[in-house]
Design a protein around this ligand. Structure first.
Ligand SMILES: Nc1ncnc2c1ncn2[C@@H]1O[C@H](COP(=O)(O)OP(=O)(O)OP(=O)(O)O)[C@@H](O)[C@H]1O
Ligand SMILES: [Mg+2]
Length: 325
């Protein structure tokens, strides 16, 4: 919005003020005895009234300019933040690729045989390098979603296969905590979607369900067709979150009550990225939960005929009501 030195309202007020003063002066010059006339008092009041309005509009104009300046500064900071995130994550990623490659070569005895202790140590370093790589990839994904540059490769898929393979890949982590995962598959029609990105959503939701569940917990994954849309839900019996905290959790770097969840590792990016991916597919994602009584994270996907246009994502829009992200 461009605010010139004089807004239209202010300009009109000043013109009306000048006209009032002119008319009043002309009238007074015609007859000096007019001072005693009640209309004289009225004219004075009119002039004071317009002076008040002009003063008020000048003040509003000044406040508006200050707000615009602040907004421009905030916009600049936001752009700097985006640049910082993108550049830093690219730069961090560059050395990790050769680090991982060399560790894998060491593990495969490419540089000569290693003993068991050496292998265990290298495996541990490799696991940490992979973890770091995933974190950096998540930060890059948030930047891509905000810039509208995330790539989606749409194809006709069987979503049940995508869900099943995500459930299988999370099983070792679940078993470590003695958590059982049940998948209740419904009949699903073929879906036009990016299978890699939807696996990413499923992995994020399942990783959260395992991470925030107590040992011995149960996770239920369900999928069904409802009103021409596919509905997928991941339900757990874990720590849950309070209803007020839910909307913020779909924004990047947000976690529920940080003092409580800091003992669970993570950047607070999984739900934000999942929201970006699902909404780019034309769907929606939401969470239902209460602290201490588990959580259900669900998403809906429309049955598309053609890939939807790429969305430039703003994570800081006002959240929808009713627990929807
Ligand atoms: N199933 C769940 N049960 C309880 N809390 C959850 C659950 N899923 C998400 N949350 C809350 O939402 C926060 C954000 O989740 P999100 O997946 O975005 O981040 P994260 O898991 O903390 O880190 P990251 O996914 O980046 O590794 C979590 O930190 C946690 O507080
Ligand atoms: Mg997560």
């Amino acid at each position: 919005m461009n605010v010139g030195p004089l807004s239209p309202g202010l300009l009109v007020s000043i013109l009306v003020l000048i006209a009032s003063l002119g008319a009043f002066g002309f009238w007074f010059s015609l007859d000096a005895s007019v001072v005693s006339h009640p209309l004289f008092v009225l004219a004075i009041l009119l002039v004071i009234f317009w002076l008040g309005i002009v003063w008020h509009l000048l003040e509003k104009n000044r406040q508006l300019r200050e707000a615009m300046k602040k907004m421009a500064a905030l916009e600049e900071i936001n752009q700097l933040k985006d640049q910082l995130l993108t550049i830093t994550s690219h730069e961090l990623r560059t050395p990790i690729t050769p680090i991982k490659a060399n560790l894998q070569m060491l593990l495969s005895d490419y540089f000569g045989p290693l003993n068991e202790t050496q292998k265990k140590s290298i495996q541990m370093v490799l696991r940490n390098a992979e973890h770091l790589d995933r974190l950096i990839e998540d930060i890059l994904d948030v930047s891509r979603l905000e810039a509208g540059t995330m790539k989606f490769e749409y194809q006709t898929i069987d979503l049940l296969e995508t869900i099943q393979s995500s459930v299988q890949s999370i099983q070792p982590l679940a078993q470590q905590k003695n958590i059982q995962i049940f998948h209740e598959p419904g009949m699903l029609p073929p879906l036009l979607a990016d299978p890699h990105r939807l696996s990413q959503v499923m992995n994020n939701l399942l990783t959260n369900a395992v991470k925030f569940s107590h040992p011995g917990g149960v996770i239920r994954v369900s999928s069904r067709l409802e009103n021409h849309e596919i509905l997928v839900a991941v339900q757990d019996t874990g720590i849950g979150v309070s209803a007020e905290e839910i909307p913020k959790l779909f924004k990047p770097f947000s976690q529920a009550d940080t003092s409580l969840t800091r003992r669970y590792e993570g950047f607070g990016l999984g739900l934000a990225i999942s929201k970006g991916i699902v909404e780019n597919h034309g769907g929606s994602i939401w969470m239902q939960s209460n602290r201490g009584s588990g959580a259900v994270v669900s998403f809906k996907l429309p049955i598309l005929q053609v890939p939807p246009p790429l969305k430039r994502f703003s994570f800081f829009d006002t959240p929808k009501t009713g627990g929807h992200a």
